[in-house]
Design a protein around this ligand. Sequence first.
Ligand SMILES: [Zn+2]
Length: 67
Amino acid sequence: MLKKLIEPMQLVLLQKKYCPGCTRKLDSQRNRTGRSQTTEKVVCDCGRIFIYDKELDTYRRAAFQEV
Ligand SMILES: [Zn+2]
């Protein structure tokens, strides 16, 4: 029940480039590793891991197999 409310909020935060866990700005996170020509792995201060798509300029949560 609660999850249904939280998930859309987290998506909105991600679209605004904030970490949904701690609301830090992902653009200012320095822990970034290139994964391919177009994507970077970004590790937030809180330990959450995201994939940044340079072409689309978007962040998404990393899937387990990507960590
Ligand atoms: Zn965070």
